[in-house]
Design a protein around this ligand. Structure first.
Ligand code: ATP
Length: 209
């Protein structure tokens, strides 16, 4: 069976940068599905601007009708800080024999050594890193060593084993960030074309930002 992609983030709000990378991953890596997992209570990021329920709703609207995209609310259903390692453990329980691929942007990957019980992540899943504008893969330090030990250029390796590899994958670079979208909305400007219209309409109607 094909791998399940796990795309976590605050998604505050979700935008075309997220959607396009997830779609390219789904297709290029031949994943069965990509699960968008909005962070319930972000341990690293402190506050979010929209509530977890609102961010989840926007993700649902964003992916509506796209085959292979799934909105996953497990972090909203769990109490306490949303640690990725716990999310992966819960997915591993649900999919004991499937390959799991945690999808992260390069900026997020560079922060990996600061994550709660990060060393356990590769014991549960693969890590797939999306190149993001301006970010370069580390070749020294903890992450450099990790990439030289577990890195693979072969997509087949993500299918042939269920966990334990790191794959760095270039995606079309869309320089969009949720922070800029929130600032733009706060300044009274229109976020149209940075996200699906359904998401934009819901944000403007409910004045989330
Ligand atoms: P913020 O501006 O609030 O930091 P963000 O736009 O970076 O938000 P997040 O929800 O923090 O969005 O990101 C979730 C995941 O998506 C991370 O792994 C991040 O690296 C990735 N990501 C964010 N923006 C893009 C983009 N434009 N292209 C590709 N990946 C992205």
């Amino acid at each position: 069976m094909k791998p399940v992609g796990v795309f976590g983030g605050t998604f505050d709000p979700v935008h075309y940068g997220h959607l396009r990378s997830a779609f390219e991953m789904l297709q290029a890596l031949d994943f069965d599905e990509v699960r968008f997992v909005p962070c319930g209570d972000p341990p690293h990021r402190g506050i979010t601007y929209a509530s977890a329920a609102e961010r989840f709703r926007l993700v649902q609207l964003a992916i509506e009708g796209q085959a292979g995209f799934v909105a996953d609310d497990r972090e909203l259903r769990r109490d306490g800080p949303s640690y990725t390692v716990d999310t992966l453990a819960s997915l591993r329980e649900e999919f004991p024999d499937r390959s799991l691929g945690l999808i992260v942007g390069m900026d997020a990957f560079l922060g990996l050594p600061g994550w709660h019980r990060w060393e356990e992540i590769l014991e549960i899943a693969h890590i797939v890193v999306a190149h993001r504008p301006g970010w370069k893969a580390p070749d020294i330090g903890v992450l450099g060593e990790l990439i030289s030990e577990f890195g693979t250029h072969r997509v087949d390796d993500l299918h042939g084993s269920t966990l334990g590899r790191i794959h760095i994958h270039a995606v079309t670079q869309l320089e969009i960030a949720s922070t800029e979208i929130r600032d733009l909305i706060a300044a009274g400007r229109d976020p149209r074309f940075l996200m699906p219209d359904r998401v934009r309409d819901a944000i403007l109607e409910s004045r989330i930002y």
